[in-house]
Design a protein around this ligand. Structure first.
Ligand code: SAH
Length: 245
């Protein structure tokens, strides 16, 4: 039997938010590769080999998956959320670039529900108009580029979703992000901190930009900044679908 690679998104956490396509593909797999906490979400079974690995070894994972698939194995690389959003799908293609021998491999990218969409749904509809997603981690880009994109997004009137907002190793950078936002946006701008959405630890908090504190975010939080028209209705937050000229 010929091997294949599927790069699958496991969604934000809840079992009910894993797509049937991902569940069916995992049922056919011989091997599962991914970051330790994501592989831990896959139920072990007879005949399935789990290959958990530490963070920041994306290219090693890609090479491992390619080698296994070329040997005839059926490999699923797992990501949380969607595999194309700051995750393993790009890393796999990056790993394939210098490897023409694997360009004809059977590869499928299986979408999942990304954190910002799960969080937005819990809050109401803060991403109901134009928005952008920004990875605040400076692992793969310099912080000066984060700042440049933040300012352009704010000046462009976009709502924003921030992934990887604040880690223990660079807590000061989110303080800096809030400072930049305060320069670009009004004090009343609504900002939602959505932590561990769809898990038992889920916590949502919406405050104004003036009230926002760096400690409101951690690495399990996705942060949603509304646009200038984002408002509250009852306990919900929403962004109107129209913008006046
Ligand atoms: N591929 C993933 C994102 C990976 S980057 C996706 O599409 O969701 C990891 C970041 O995603 C975290 O730092 C956090 O900002 C966000 N995230 C992932 N799961 C989350 C959840 N259940 N609740 C809130 N944020 C989450």
């Amino acid at each position: 039997m010929s091997g294949w690679i599927a790069v699958a998104g496991l969604g934000p956490g809840a079992e009910a938010l894993v797509t049937p396509e991902v569940t069916a593909t995992l049922a056919q797999a011989t091997d599962v590769i991914g970051y330790i906490p994501y592989v831990a979400r896959v139920a072990p079974r007879e005949g399935l080999v789990l290959h958990p690995s530490d963070n920041r070894v994306e290219l090693d994972r890609a090479a491992h998956a390619i080698a296994l698939a070329q040997a005839g194995r059926r490999v699923v690389i797992v990501s949380s959320g969607d595999p194309g959003v700051f995750a393993m799908a790009s890393a796999l293609f990056e790993g394939m670039e210098a490897r023409p021998d694997c360009h004809d491999l059977d590869i499928r990218i299986l979408p999942g529900i990304t954190a910002m969409l799960a969080a937005a749904a819990r809050a109401g509809a803060p991403l109901g108009h134009d928005f952008c997603a920004i990875n605040l981690s400076d692992n793969l880009k310099p912080f000066s580029e984060v700042e440049r994109r933040l300012r352009h997004a704010a000046r462009g009137g976009f709502a924003m979703a921030f992934y990887n907002p604040r880690s223990a190793s660079r807590p000061h950078q989110f303080t800096e992000v809030l400072r930049i936002l305060r320069e670009e946006c009004e004090r009343e701008r609504l900002i939602t901190f959505a932590r561990a959405v769809s898990t038992p630890e889920e916590r949502l908090l919406t405050v104004t930009l003036a009230e926002a504190l760096p400690e409101m975010a951690d690495m399990r939080t996705v942060v949603i900044v509304g646009n200038a028209a984002t408002r509250r209705v009852g306990r919900w937050i929403y962004t109107p679908r129209s913008v006046s000229a």
